[in-house]
Write a protein that binds this ligand. Structure first.
Ligand code: UDX
Ligand code: UDX
Ligand code: ADP
Length: 471
């Protein structure tokens, strides 16, 4: 019989730790959940009396309203929460390494390591430690080594891998009704018992048959593999979108016809200006790095191509804009609608919009940007990072952040749809058309617009994966 988990600590109050543990608290009122972070501003935001939460996620506010102060707490006191907990989730960030061995490919595990060391330093009794961040295979093994080498007598640590599969923008729905919950453990009696303790937490709302238990390493690799397969579908459809534009086929008809084959399935076949987000590129590069480390260069090359195709797609789309605007956009104004990496999030990590704006600025264009959720400071930060040689004053001379799509479009030569925000489908395009320079161009990087209707108004429209160049 496994002792039930009564107190949970989650280290890392970000996009993964925050929503996941808020939902655990909501669904398990008998468990006390404390989410901790070193970033005080982030914790203050989670605790703000008027619920100005640090991340935007549909449905999250309601979950936090119900659970916060009841059995859900946010704190910067990492040590106290570790000490009190029976089970600790490690949900810290794992960016791609920027320097040293594996730079540009390998995951930077510095945050995971420092959180693990903190657990070893502070804990005075046994704990279950759950790896939740996406990490390379065998990270759990390193965590175990650190914990065992630094633990106090009578303190045992069981390590589990429990990767999170939520997608931003649908995180709460994904957490309420996950396709599966995956838990990996060592196949020892203690490992299996720890696995059962965590499975019992999820069993409060997830049907047992959806809780999969596997070996530690299969669990770790499954997360990288799932993201690589999803990204691979997007790069595949995007490669076909280029072929469609040059032949006369329509990528949506293609996706529909392919998706009807139940072996292929209809999801994740939306052609786009490219995938973004904190996971896909990072996880694939990680897979590439691991493959190379174990001397499998063909495997590495196969997966690297998924990222290369994504780079190509972003570049190709930017080039289409320049080519269509009579081969120059110098001093022309391009309105970029959407800056987040997908709709329903304010997150811009690896957003294709960043690459697009960068290309336009390097072609000496003026750019106006509108996004309903991304904070302005974030846009300036992203542009500074992508153009390190440009002082911020130079960037701000060429870029304006607009308060609405209409304002962004005013006096522009072209509109570029970079994110599939629902409100862009509902814009009054006639009003926009009247404010723009003529000929007025629209480049739909997300296939969300009714092109015939726009053409009727007078727009020249180019959509990803559609053969009609203009007219
Ligand atoms: C295929 C398509 O499935 C079919 O729709 C098309 O009309 C013709 O091509 P076929 O080649 O007859 O049909 O058989 P299929 O079942 O697709 O298998 C093709 C190959 O893939 C076989 O060698 C099979 O062993 C292999 N395969 C299939 C795998 O290795 N793994 C799988 O998961 C599925
Ligand atoms: C992804 C995985 O879906 C999730 O399971 C994992 O836990 C984290 O990584 P996320 O990055 O939040 O989630 O969003 P996702 O919906 O997967 O979209 C990723 C990117 O792919 C976005 O830029 C999106 O616009 C793009 N995309 C998605 C397409 O271009 N076409 C599609 O058909 C689907
Ligand atoms: P993710 O998308 O993986 O959730 P985020 O960057 O949104 O990534 O969140 C990770 C959080 O983890 C950040 O808020 C960061 O401050 C926090 N963090 C990183 N290292 C530690 C640590 N050692 N102790 C506590 N919090 C940490």
């Amino acid at each position: 019989m496994v002792a039930p988990v009564k107190k949970i600590c989650c280290i890392g109050a970000g996009y993964v730790g925050g929503p996941t543990c808020a939902v655990i608290a909501l669904k398990c009122p008998q468990i006390e959940v404390t989410i901790v972070d070193l970033n005080k501003a982030r914790i203050d935001a989670w605790n703000s009396p008027d619920y100005q939460l640090p991340i935007y996620e549909p449905g999250l506010l309601e979950v936090v309203r119900q659970a916060r102060g009841r059995n859900l707490f946010f704190s910067t006191d990492v040590d106290a929460a570790i000490e009190a907990a029976d089970l600790i989730f490690v949900s810290v960030n794992t960016p791609t390494k920027k320097s040293g061995v594996g730079a540009g490919y390998a995951a930077d595990l510095a945050y995971v390591e420092s959180a693990t060391r903190r657990i070893a330093d502070v804990a005075t009794r046994s704990k279950i430690v759950v790896e939740k961040s996406t990490v390379p295979c065998r990270t759990a093994e390193s965590m175990r080594t650190i914990l065992e080498a630094n633990s106090k007598p009578n303190c045992r640590f069981d390590i589990l891998s429990n990767p999170e599969f939520l997608a931003e923008g649908t995180a709460i729905d994904d957490l309420f009704a996950p396709d599966r919950v995956l838990i990996g453990s060592l196949q020892t009696p203690e490992g299996v018992a720890a696995c059962e303790a965590l499975a019992s937490v999820y069993a409060n709302w997830v049907p047992r048959e959806r809780i999969l238990t596997v070996g530690l390493w299969s669990s770790e690799l499954s997360k990288l593999a799932a993201n690589a397969m999803l990204a691979q579908r997007i790069s595949s459809i995007n490669s076909l979108s280029a072929l469609c534009e040059n032949t006369g086929a329509n990528v949506e008809e293609l996706a529909h016809a392919m998706g009807r084959d139940t072996r292929i399935g209809p999801k994740f076949l939306r052609a786009s200006v490219g995938f973004g987000g904190s996971c896909f590129q990072k996880d694939i590069l990680n897979l590439v790095y691991i493959s190379e480390s174990v001397h499998l260069p063909e495997v590495a090359a196969y997966w690297r191509q998924v990222v290369e195709m994504n780079e190509y797609q972003k570049h190709r789309f930017a080039k289409t804009v320049v080519d269509t605007l009579f081969n120059t956009i110098t001093n022309k104004t391009i309105a970029v609608l959407g800056f987040a990496f997908k709709a329903d999030t304010g997150d811009t990590r690896e957003s294709p919009a960043i690459a697009l704006v960068r290309s336009f600025l390097l072609e000496s264009a003026k750019v106006t940007i509108y996004d309903p959720k991304v904070p302005h400071e974030q846009i300036w930060l992203d542009l500074s990072e992508t153009l390190p040689d440009w002082p911020i004053e130079k960037i701000q001379k060429s870029v304006t952040i607009a308060p609405s799509a209409l304002e962004a479009a005013k006096k522009s030569e072209a509109i570029v749809i970079a994110t599939e925000w629902k409100e862009f489908r509902e814009i009054d395009w006639k009003v926009i058309y009247d404010t723009m320079k003529k000929p007025a161009f629209v480049f739909d990087g997300r296939l969300i617009l009714d092109a015939p209707k726009l053409r009727e108004i007078g727009f020249r429209v180019k959509q990803i994966g559609r053969p009609e160049v203009l007219a």
